[in-house]
Design a protein around this ligand. Structure first.
Ligand SMILES: [Zn+2]
Ligand SMILES: [Zn+2]
Length: 248
């Protein structure tokens, strides 16, 4: 599914729609259990989009998140694999070798599984920026099948860091300990700080799979006050306004 691109502060921000579909049955719950205090229609189903983002700025090619990965990925148990990331990239004229920087918002299987192919990095010329707190936390298949094969390609961040001029990774913990958003001007690629539109209506609505729901609320409130537009991980419309004042 093609979504429209934006240019923000001289950076082209292109949503890549890796997949669309509901969660697999073993982790799917009714929406009022996933987002307590959210308001939903009777029997409403959550159809997730799975978005990655391509950024182009000053001759550099940046990928934010790598999606659900191939047929055998750690996301295969619950997400609609295989993801379409590589078709989406090639539709924009981008080959894997062209990517200079991959930023992983967090190490859940639907955001980072496309990072590797075979037993090495899928983007051979890229550094992969991940927060140290995330690497310290991750276990199981995401560590063994994704983090370990990345090896020396990892760029370990300790908190907020400018990765390229005008492109900043901001530590936004709670959903996971080392979750980070990627911010360009007044726009944030928000990963899973905001999962569902109900959390824009009321940012104190938590998510059942948040590691630390109260910390996630604080990160969400801060984010929504800091930027004017989100590039979302899972909304149907990739770009949504936050209601925060727009600068410039
Ligand atoms: Zn989409
Ligand atoms: Zn997540």
């Amino acid at each position: 599914m093609a979504h429209e691109a934006r240019i923000v502060s001289g950076v082209e921000v292109i949503p890549l729609c890796d997949a669309v579909g509901p969660m697999g049955s073993h982790i799917r719950k009714p929406l009022p259990e996933m987002f307590p205090r959210g308001s939903f229609a009777d029997g409403e189903e959550w159809i997730l989009h799975f978005h990655c983002y391509l950024l182009r700025a000053a001759g550099r090619t940046v990928l934010v998140d790598t999606g659900i990965g191939g047929a055998g990925s750690p996301a295969a148990s619950w997400a609609p694999v295989p993801g379409r990331l590589f078709e989406e990239l090639s539709a924009h004229g981008v080959a894997a070798a062209d990517v200079d920087l991959v930023v992983l918002t967090h190490l859940h299987s639907d955001h980072a599984s496309g990072s590797v192919t075979g037993d090495g990095p899928a983007f051979p010329n890229a550094r992969y920026a991940v927060q140290r707190a995330e690497l310290d936390w991750v276990r199981g298949p995401m560590r063994d099948q994704v983090v370990v094969p990345l090896g020396d390609s990892l760029q370990i961040l300790d908190g907020t860091a400018e990765l390229l001029p005008g492109i900043t990774a901001v530590h936004s913990p709670g959903h996971t300990p080392g979750h980070q958003t990627v911010e360009v001007g007044d726009l944030a690629l928000s990963g899973d700080v905001v999962l569902h539109p109900e959390q824009l209506r009321d940012p104190t609505i938590t998510y059942v799979y948040d590691e630390d729901p109260e910390l996630a609320v604080r990160s969400r409130v801060a984010l929504l006050g800091r930027v004017a537009v989100l590039g979302t991980g899972h909304f149907a419309d990739p770009f949504v306004p936050t209601g925060a004042p727009v600068s410039g």
